[in-house]
Write a protein that binds this ligand. Structure first.
Ligand SMILES: [Zn+2]
Length: 340
């Protein structure tokens, strides 16, 4: 490539918003299950029809991960569908609807829970049937355990070994039953930590969270975000906005750890390329509270809630409208886990 061509390609990539994909997370597809983690069959059908009518490219997670790993351009309007927790209604209700649309999707399953028949879960025969029909089957830890940090009385070394066993046992079981081995781990409850990301990376796995946000070429592959699509998030007006999101090009996350160990409220500091949004239009929220980001220089801001984040899981969300792509928002979500 000539230097001048290279230069114009580099300039173009600085001026254009990066292409981004969005991954959705579903659980139940039923009308008699907890609303917070459910869509009805009609709602699911409505979502899929919307994707079709609006020219979303529903791609398999295998395709997206290959594009991310190889630095390929992400397809415009790329959309990935995933289901966690292997509920039986995924087979009886969701699967036929997804097949009707011809859309690929992924189920994240916990093999230990399936072995124990721990609830209204898929059987291995159903998992195998879905796998044979082209459904991607991936890892949600062996027992759906809280993974981010050691249990009380457990050493860091013991915790690490237990997590490693959970991840590898689950992967082996999935391979034994389906022949699939992707090495994608969706963290149960979306809970992760820097130490867990380190382990996941050392094991050669991809890590997938439940914090919201778009996925771009600079997304860290041990905490790929997903947007929830069930319960209060199932309505198409809100979902449509989530589908029109872009990923901030973050250049430094200043080692942010979701696990709150000292300062609460925690401070989120991010450095990023500020090319396609106005810094003054960046808005951040802790839950529903607006929190004001402070720009430390041209490319770095930090933000801290005014009061401590609650026990358990919470988030800071930051968004900014794209300058060049009308109606689109850059979106970043930082999960916190406060379990003193
Ligand atoms: Zn789960």
């Amino acid at each position: 490539m000539k230097i001048t061509t290279l230069f114009s390609v580099v300039m173009l990539s600085l001026l254009l918003p990066a292409q981004a994909a969005v991954m959705l997370i579903y659980h139940h597809v039923a009308s008699d299950t907890p609303r917070v983690s459910s869509v009805t069959a009609d709602e699911l059908r409505g979502h899929l029809q919307y994707f079709k009518d609006h020219n979303f490219q529903v791609i398999g997670l295998d395709v997206l991960i290959r594009q991310l790993q190889q630095g390929e351009a992400i397809a415009d309007n790329a959309l990935v569908i995933s289901f966690d927790d292997s509920y039986e209604n995924n087979f009886s209700t969701a699967h036929p609807i997804l097949q009707e649309f011809g859309y690929p999707y992924t189920i994240f399953i916990s093999p230990g829970s399936i072995d124990k028949r721990d609830g209204p879960l898929l059987s291995w025969a159903q998992v195998k049937q879905m796998s044979d029909d082209g459904v991607l089957v991936a890892n949600h830890a062996m027992w759906h355990e809280h993974m981010a940090k050691p249990d009380a009385g457990e050493s860091a070394q013991q915790w690490r070994e237990r997590m490693k066993q959970s991840i590898l046992q689950a992967e082996d079981a999935i391979e034994r039953h389906t022949g699939q081995r992707h090495q994608w781990l969706a963290y149960p409850y979306g809970e992760y930590s820097r130490e867990l990301e380190q382990l996941v990376s050392e094991l050669g796995f991809i890590g997938i969270g439940q914090q919201s946000g778009a996925i771009g070429n600079h997304t860290v592959l041990t905490r790929i975000p997903r947007f929830p699509a069930a319960g209060q998030y199932a309505n198409l007006k809100d979902l449509a906005q989530k589908l029109k999101t872009l990923a901030f090009h973050i250049t430094d996350d200043h080692k942010v750890d979701p696990v709150i160990s000292t300062a609460n409220p925690p401070t989120l500091t991010l450095s990023m390329q500020v090319a396609d949004f106005h810094p003054a239009q960046l808005q951040c929220f802790a839950g529903s509270e607006v929190i004001k980001p402070q720009w430390l220089n041209d490319s770095t801001f930090s933000v801290t809630a005014t009061k401590p984040v609650p026990r358990g899981r919470s988030r800071y969300n930051c968004t900014a409208p794209s300058v060049s792509k009308k109606g689109y928002y850059y979106w970043y979500s930082q999960p916190w886990l406060n379990q003193p």
